[in-house]
Design a protein around this ligand. Structure first.
Ligand SMILES: [Zn+2]
Length: 423
């Protein structure tokens, strides 16, 4: 099954000549080792391909081949949840698919009982997906995990992110500045990447060099030079950030600022004539700024380099067909510090055929834009607490995540529970 020993009729470059991600059709090892000789091998190849493509068709981010004593399981991870296929795969076929997985990932197929990692590519529906393939031994056989990288074309613009006009205008004004660092704060999975890419798209004009460097490329934008670390070439994140900076881009997006070295590079880069966007795992604007100080960056660098922090969360969007309006109680309004208004309605989820009985349909962003006003700068320079920085920002006109969220509740876009759980 080792493709290096494949029949002479199967043409294609050998392992050493081929680029790791050679173009081609179907699931393949770089050498184009798709067709084995024996019909049985073709069957295994086809079966595995069918499983992988089936996963991609359903939007899976992972495909698992789990060994079992009687039969092995095939599972997809779809939208974060594991889904088992009703497949009946006997251990013999499983073992063959594991071997085949090793071939695709350019791994050593003679090695068993040890973990291995490889890289492959899957072509489906005129698109190409990069895969990381992980083999892990267990007492009842080997497990294969295919992690599928989803790069997609960006289907949204800054105007369609769901920002209220005030935040949208403020955000666009920051992007229009000649230089400065804009932080994108929020937990992982809060939609920051989509926002960053929408911003890049807005700034992506032919007269500018727009570059990005991030751990994983989720979107592809024409005209943006996108980079990512390549583990197999020992090309690290920090190294890549430095290389990208050498290009002196006019607009730079860094997918991960969580680390003092890269944060320092990002702030320094913002002093050049360029806009830098950087993703940071932080609760909100105030904590993001404090995080930079905690990384050892001097206050004056932070206050003169950072021009704003956009914080974001994703909440579930209510299904418009079945949402139910209700007047919020006085106690709830008091808790939210909202003055009672007779017309004010909140909405709850019910469930109908339109939304698969969940009451929700899709996601919605809630936002908070902290602009480094003089007051905020003073507080940061004085190393004030997060609460004090937050208060200074509110005094300067900032609308908090909670306020933005509650406004969306009153418009029937989401529920109060969704907002409270995420802010
Ligand atoms: Zn519904």
């Amino acid at each position: 099954m080792d493709f290096r020993k494949r029949p002479a009729s199967t043409t294609g470059p050998t392992k050493d000549e081929a680029p790791p991600l050679a173009k081609g059709v179907g699931v393949q090892a770089p050498g184009g080792a798709m067709l084995g000789g024996a019909p049985e091998e073709v069957g295994v190849t086809k079966k595995l391909e069918e499983i992988l493509k089936g996963g991609v068709a359903r939007g899976a981010t992972e495909v698992h081949l789990d060994p079992g004593p009687e039969k092995s399981r095939v599972r997809y991870r779809i939208q974060g949840k594991m889904v088992e296929l009703p497949e009946n795969i006997d251990p013999k076929l499983h073992a063959k698919m594991i071997s085949r997985s090793k071939v695709i990932g350019l791994m050593d197929i003679s090695k068993r009982g040890t973990n291995q990692k490889g890289y492959g590519k899957l072509d489906h529906d005129n698109r190409s997906y990069e895969m990381v393939i992980i083999i892990v031994p267990t007492p009842i056989g080997e497990k294969a995990l295919f992690r599928i990288a989803w790069t997609q074309t960006l289907g949204t613009s800054v105007d369609k992110l769901g920002m209220f006009t005030k935040i949208l205008t403020g955000f666009k004004a920051l992007l229009a500045r000649p230089n400065g660092l804009i932080l994108m704060a929020g937990p992982p999975g809060s939609g920051r990447t989509t926002t960053c890419y929408s911003a890049l798209q807005l700034l992506n004009t032919p007269d500018k060099t727009v570059c990005s460097f991030e751990p994983e490329i989720r979107y592809q934008i024409e005209g943006v030079l996108q980079g990512k670390p390549e583990e197999r070439y020992a090309y690290g994140y920090l190294e890549g950030v430095r290389a990208t900076l050498d290009l002196e881009p006019d607009v730079l997006y860094l997918g991960d600022l969580n680390g003092d070295e890269v944060a320092r590079l990002a702030v320094s880069a913002a002093f050049g004539k360029r806009i830098v966007l950087g993703r940071l795992n932080a609760k909100n604007g105030a904590t993001a700024l404090l995080q930079l100080l905690d990384m050892g960056l001097p206050g004056f660098l932070v206050t003169s380099g950072v021009i704003g922090v956009l914080s974001q969360r994703l909440v579930r969007r209510l299904c418009e067909s079945c949402r139910q309006a209700y007047p919020p109680t006085a106690a709830v309004l008091a808790e939210l510090q909202i003055n009672p208004q007779p017309e004010l309605m909140f909405y709850s989820a019910r469930g109908c055929p339109e939304c698969d009985s969940t009451g929700f349909k899709g996601k919605l962003g809630i936002f908070e834009l902290l602009v480094l006003s003089d007051r905020v700068q003073e507080k940061v320079l004085a190393r004030a607490s997060a609460a004090e920085i937050q208060d200074a920002a509110i005094e300067s006109g900032m609308m908090t995540l909670r306020v933005d969220g509650v406004s969306k509740v009153s418009r029937g876009l989401t529920t109060l529970e969704e907002v409270l759980a995420s802010t």
